[in-house]
Write a protein that binds this ligand. Structure first.
Ligand SMILES: [Zn+2]
Length: 303
């Protein structure tokens, strides 16, 4: 077969980097650039003949991750165009995720799957009217994403948000008429006839009971409002090296690094779905070190 090294144990690849240079999948890859890769968190950048990156990735172990790319047959086309691999170390995993997302969005590498532009994010907003909860698909700048409460799910289109509501209605025996997904006659919704609706639209089921199922169904989709009064630093440290990622309303504003004593500014102006996804779990679960900042965004001071 064309892959002679595959039979060797993986550890032998790690120990003999320069000799693994004649990899069939990446014949032109510079061996020195591979040998320099650290077993540390950060971002790696495959580059071709020119200056532009052709693929950007991140890992908590740059060296191991890059080597696994070299064995990926479905990445042969990208590897054939690669000439060297560069890297940027980070003090931790969140820093690697934020940097990767930032670099992909600003440099548009050829082989990163193009993320669909999420300019017009939609969400499902629940409002209370006369004791009943009414879901409404909302969109646009006035969503107040990152600050607003009562939002559930983030979608690329109004259509996708409505489909999600329909799916939840089916799963939880909700009334599509009351959810605003269909017009109702005096005899109730269509679901009543086919017994997918338990009858909240005609008073057979208490509205409160129906709405409680709706709230439960949406709970997992909750879009968390920024839980702090102002900006924070998310602090990552690795053997004395400190990086402080400044964040506000789920936006990534920049990273201060103790090695350079400089602040790299990102200044993300608007809510970004990828950044939100990177940050929401560690921040809401409290698994990261957070330091609150008093109002002023600059300067970021050393720890
Ligand atoms: Zn109904």
């Amino acid at each position: 077969m064309f892959w002679p090294l595959a039979a060797k144990p993986y550890s032998s690849l790690l120990g003999h980097l320069p000799s693994c240079h004649p990899l069939n999948l990446a014949p032109h890859l510079d061996a020195d650039s591979l040998a320099a890769l650290p077993r540390a968190p950060g971002v790696y950048i495959f580059k071709g003949e020119g200056k532009l990156p052709i693929y950007i990735g991140k890992s908590v172990d740059i060296r191991t991750r890059v080597l696994s790319h070299l064995r990926a047959e479905d990445e042969a086309e990208m590897l054939a165009q690669s000439r060297r691999v560069e890297f940027i170390e980070t003090a931790g995993e969140i820093g690697a995720l934020l940097l990767e997302s930032h670099l992909i969005k600003t440099q548009h590498p050829l082989y990163n799957i193009r993320l669909r532009r999420q300019r017009n994010l939609c969400s499902i907003q629940l409002t209370e009217e006369e004791g009943a909860w009414i879901p409404e698909v909302v969109t646009g700048q006035d969503l107040g994403l990152g600050k607003a409460e009562g939002l559930y799910g983030l979608f690329g289109s109004r259509h996708a948000a409505q489909n999600k509501l329909r799916e939840l209605a089916d799963l939880h025996n909700l009334c599509q008429g009351l959810l605003g997904l269909e017009k109702m006659s005096a005899r109730g919704c269509f679901g009543l006839q086919v017994k997918t609706c338990l009858g909240a639209c005609v008073g057979h089921e208490p509205r409160g009971q129906h709405d409680q199922r709706l709230l439960n169904a949406l709970m997992d989709l909750k879009v968390h409002a920024w839980p702090f009064a102002g900006p924070i630093d998310l602090v990552e440290e690795n053997q004395g090296w400190v990086q402080r990622h400044r964040l506000q309303d789920w936006r990534y504003l920049g990273t201060w690094c103790s090695k350079s004593d400089q602040l790299e500014i990102s200044l993300q102006q608007s809510f970004d779905l990828d950044t939100y996804k990177i940050l929401v779990r560690p921040i809401m679960l409290g698994t990261v070190r957070i330091e609150q900042i008093n109002g002023d965004l600059t300067p970021i001071n050393s720890a």
